[in-house]
Design a protein around this ligand. Structure first.
Ligand SMILES: NC(=O)C1=CN([C@@H]2O[C@H](COP(=O)(O)OP(=O)(O)OC[C@H]3O[C@@H](n4cnc5c(N)ncnc54)[C@H](O)[C@@H]3O)[C@@H](O)[C@H]2O)C=CC1
Length: 468
């Protein structure tokens, strides 16, 4: 969005301001508080990682030239693995044994499990009292998403031995955090609060060794996130502004919104974005793109106002042409594999039909002649708000078939409806909708013979974390 010409200026002033804050806090209070030592100096095999973490503060300097020089120094640092000690395969073969660090981390996690709520409150209280300047990066009311950051970090630590899962997850997390204004200098702040909160709530298992394991894990985690954010910074902005150009109320609760981003927004059909409205600053929700990329650059979304849903109600009931939203980067892998001509079995529940419509357009644009079979589930006829569009697409494309399925709980109708057609053994499946429907739908699809690795859907945790 054109309104974002000021990105650089915004960052430069933020860096300068934040650097002064960090120096002030470090010099005046950091050592007095007895904060567990967080790695800021090269130590043995973690040299690169810790040198670069130390670089947080070197980079967060008032002078942009100094900042760039610090970056170059960091880039020139010798490459060594930032990973903590990883698991090993036992001599007799079999399952991977957890690494010593993973064992210590899992013990701490088991201890804090029952007091997770208290630890979460304490963690954020530490972050905000030690560093009040970061409070404005979080929503005014923390109830709904206050534990998302901590949860993500604990999830990452839990999988510290599994780089195949961990690295893509953390890279997404690191790039996704750019829209909150997260900078490399914030990571030690969070790390110190994490260690303090663990020390307080895992007293039975805590000690120098678990602390060292957590510091190593967090150092590795934060470095992956910082690197991903830095890489993405070279090619894309942290967010896009997007002006609402049309708002079509299809039912009293469902609107189709079309927006114009202020600069090109690259994405693939089937993906989703995060969205912030002017009515609830710093509250972000995920919405799937309801169309494949268009020549005019416009983006469309289907939004249902859910009870007590801040963002969805604002979008359905208040948004009007001319309003300006913010969009985060695209995410999600529920996309068409154009290297095959496998048939596609698509299940869309409620507004979950939005990305399915984008997938149909994508197939049509690629000029493929693969069969695409869509089941559009809704609780009642009225909720089949996009039926006419889909039936119109069916009339234009002989390879497409659309079947509306009406009923409470697609769980029952789905196997029956899908089972009446098929066979599906050569199909790839796509499923999108309420998280419970995805769970039961995946089970149903496996039961009718579609292997798990051919069933695509968005992360259920992501859908659950953002309701409203
Ligand atoms: N990429 C994705 O997966 C997308 C997901 N969504 C999500 O889809 C949901 C749509 O909400 P609504 O339109 O209110 O849908 P809804 O609650 O009206 O349900 C839509 C369909 O799913 C079925 N269903 C609902 N709960 C179920 C359950 N527990 N087990 C089996 N089937 C169930 C319903 O019977 C209906 O056929 C939202 O939660 C939204 O976040 C929306 C867009 C994209």
């Amino acid at each position: 969005m054109s309104m974002r010409g000021g990105t650089c200026a915004r960052h430069t002033s933020y860096w300068g301001w934040h650097a002064r804050e960090l120096r002030h806090l470090k010099g005046k209070e950091g050592s007095k508080r007895g904060i567990p030592a967080f790695p800021r100096r090269p130590l043995g095999r973690l040299a690169r990682c810790e040198t670069r973490n130390h670089g947080f503060e070197a980079v967060a300097c008032a002078d942009p030239t100094e900042m760039l020089e610090a970056r170059h120094r960091m880039d020139a640092a010798p490459t060594r693995s930032a990973r903590p000690r990883t698991g090993r395969i036992p001599p007799q073969g079999g399952e991977l044994e957890p690494s010593p660090d993973a064992l210590l981390i899992h013990r701490t996690l088991a201890e804090i499990g029952p007091v997770a709520d208290k630890m979460t409150s304490y963690f954020y209280a530490l972050v905000f009292t030690r560093h009040p300047e970061v409070r404005s990066m979080f929503p005014p009311a923390m109830d709904m998403q206050r534990d998302r950051l901590l949860k993500a970090l604990l999830t990452a630590a839990e999988h510290i031995d599994d780089p195949d899962v961990l690295v893509p997850y953390l890279r997404r997390l690191g790039s996704g955090h750019r829209k909150y204004g997260t900078m490399a200098g914030h990571y030690p702040v969070v790390g110190e609060a994490l260690i303090s909160a663990l020390a307080r709530y895992a007293q039975l298992t805590w000690g120098p060794e678990p602390q060292a394991a957590w510091v190593r894990a967090y150092t590795a985690i934060s470095q992956i996130m910082i690197d991903a954010a830095a890489e993405e910074e070279r090619t894309s902005p942290p967010w896009w502004h997007a002006e609402v150009v049309s708002h079509d109320l299809r039912t009293p609760d469902i609107a189709v919104l079309t927006v114009r981003p202020d600069q090109p927004y690259p994405f693939v059909a089937g993906q989703y974005t995060s969205m912030e409205t002017p009515w609830w600053p710093r509250v972000w929700r995920h919405y799937s793109f309801a169309s494949a990329p268009r020549a005019d650059g416009l983006l469309s979304f289907h939004v249902k106002a859910v009870p007590a849903g801040w963002v969805s109600n604002a979008l359905v009931r208040h948004a009007r042409p001319g309003d300006v939203l913010r969009l985060g980067p695209p995410a999600g892998s529920m996309v068409v594999d154009h290297s095959t001509d496998n048939g596609m079995l698509c299940l869309g529940g409620g507004t979950g039909i939005a990305p399915i419509k984008a997938l149909i357009e994508d197939v049509a644009e690629h000029g493929e002649r693969r069969p695409v079979e869509v089941f559009f589930g809704a609780r009642c006829d009225n909720d089949l708000y996009d039926k006419d569009t889909l039936l119109g697409l069916q009339r234009s494309h002989p390879w497409l078939s659309v079947r509306p399925v009406v009923g409470e709980g697609l769980a029952g109708q789905l196997p029956q409806a899908v089972g009446e057609h098929g066979p599906w053994s050569s199909y790839d499946a796509f499923i999108s909708g309420p998280s419970a429907m995805i769970r039961s739908g995946v089970d149903a699809l496996k039961r009718i013979g579609i292997p798990g690795d051919r069933i695509r859907h968005d992360a259920v945790e992501e859908l659950e974390a953002v309701g409203g």
